[in-house]
Design a protein around this ligand. Structure first.
Ligand code: ATP
Length: 430
């Protein structure tokens, strides 16, 4: 932050209920942009801006500055695009928040639980943004909602290839989003639910169970309810996964963004007491290319090891002996039903732990460190359902010496010795 000498500055005077949308150029060499609120009030995805403070946005950021009453702001630097739009669904989103808040009030009165909300829709409709908005509005009125992140491709909470839950205690930071402290994270292992839909559904159920348990002992969590962010895959098994999620979380409200068919299907297939609501997407949501998504995933892993903006982490690199760890992949390749041993179902193969023999092809793979207790036989039970306590990346494999070198956020030794391999790879270019 701070001064930005030499940067061009552009002033925007925004009328009430309009937003300034801007994009920062992508790429390493791109210039950051700074935003300052000069007069009036404004918010970025539900978080209020402080006046005369400069907010910095890095390469690739896509931001909307919305104002309810009108304001003026300055942008320092040259944006890729910047324009003011009068046409935003913010009022509808605010009304949605108001309706959820009504449900929380009623829950408080009747000693019931607060709303459990699932946000669905295809990719690039702004699901994550709507979740962030609703969560920030909820904490701003004193609630303690839970974010459930089921988007294994673009997780807002942990590294890709995971599902997670996070208690939200303060609004998202304008520049950095929600502060991620002590999330509950499960290993999925790939960036699309389709690679192992049984596992995906299983983990959704695990999260639902843990959340329900927490609600039983924590009244604020129960009243606050949850906002569930889902994947953009809304057909076939992807659709079934949404129905499963609605049922296992016992959701009360489903917000469908910009997809009428999905809205009709869910209305048809979910119990009648579930309120299914169709909401428009914001015209500001920018479509992201495959490449862009891949970069965002990479960046998320880099952040995990090296930190973000003001906070720099110094990861460790050390050798791990093959004999000291057990590496598994979850899910055996599926085989035709007719070939399955008697009494075994396809489910069993998708949730099966398959031991991985360490070899050179392990290089660059991300591994989850399972929190499951170490120990021979007993350990295998419950590994799938155990949260992870961290991640490492294999940077080098020496099959001769039977060791691998890993990048780790903490110094040796590893806290646990059961490792789960992801399809996802990370090449450390630092
Ligand atoms: P996916 O399912 O593909 O992960 P999504 O539906 O969750 O995507 P978001 O991540 O919420 O979509 O939004 C996509 C991008 O658009 C983000 O970079 C976000 O900052 C930006 N964005 C969202 N709303 C607006 C807006 N009103 N103006 C400008 N940019 C916006």
């Amino acid at each position: 932050g701070g001064k930005a000498p030499g940067k061009v500055s552009t002033r925007y005077d925004l009328e009430k209920e309009t937003e300034l949308r801007f994009e920062v150029e992508a790429g390493e060499a791109a210039e950051q942009l700074e935003l300052e609120l000069l007069t009036g009030m404004a918010e970025v995805f539900g978080s209020e801006l402080n006046r005369n403070k400069k907010y910095t946005f890095g390469p690739g950021s896509k931001i909307a500055v919305f104002t309810w009453q009108g304001c003026s702001v300055n942008l320092y630097g040259k944006p890729e695009v910047a324009y003011v739009s009068k046409d935003t669904p913010m009022l509808l989103y605010l009304n949605t928040h108001a309706a959820l808040e009504q449900m929380r009030k009623q829950a408080e009165r009747d000693n019931e639980r607060g709303p459990r909300v699932m946000v669905v829709g295809p990719t690039d409709v702004g699901k994550s943004t709507v979740c962030r908005l609703l969560l920030s509005y909820a904490v701003r009125v004193g609630r303690r909602p839970t974010l459930v992140e089921l988007d294994v491709g673009q997780s807002g909470v942990s590294v890709p290839g995971t599902v997670s839950a996070l208690c939200i205690e303060r609004p998202a930071d304008v520049e950095e989003g929600f502060s991620v402290q002590a999330p509950l994270v499960y290993h999925f292992g790939s960036t699309t639910p389709g690679t192992n839909i049984k596992l995906y559904n299983k983990l959704t159920s695990c999260l639902a169970e843990v959340f329900s348990q927490r609600c039983e002992v924590n009244r604020k969590a129960s009243v606050g309810g949850c906002i569930i962010n889902t994947c953009g895959w809304v057909k076939g098994s992807g659709y079934q996964a949404l129905v499963h999620c609605a049922s296992t979380f016992q959701v009360d409200v489903v917000l469908v963004l910009d997809h009428e068919r999905l809205y009709n299907e869910l209305k048809r297939d979910l119990p009648h007491f579930v309120r299914v609501v169709l909401l428009p997407k914001s015209g500001g949501v920018v479509e992201r290319s495959k490449e862009c998504r891949r970069e965002a995933r990479d960046e998320k892993i880099r952040e995990y090891f090296y930190g973000f903006r003001g906070v720099t982490f110094y990861p460790f690199s050390f050798e791990v002996r093959f004999s000291d760890v057990r590496i598994y992949k979850i899910g055996a390749p599926s085989i035709p039903d007719s070939c399955l041993p008697l009494g075994m179902s396809q489910d069993d193969t998708q949730l099966k732990l398959v031991p991985v023999t360490p070899g050179r092809d392990l290089t660059y793979h991300v591994l989850s460190v399972s929190s499951a207790e170490d120990g021979e036989e007993g350990a295998r039970k419950g590994i799938v359902e155990s949260p992870v306590c961290g991640f490492i990346v294999v940077t080098y494999v020496d099959t001769q010496a039977q060791v691998m070198k890993v990048l780790s956020p903490a110094p040796r030794p590893l806290p646990r010795h059961t490792l789960l391999i992801m399809d996802i790879r990370f090449m450390d270019m630092k």
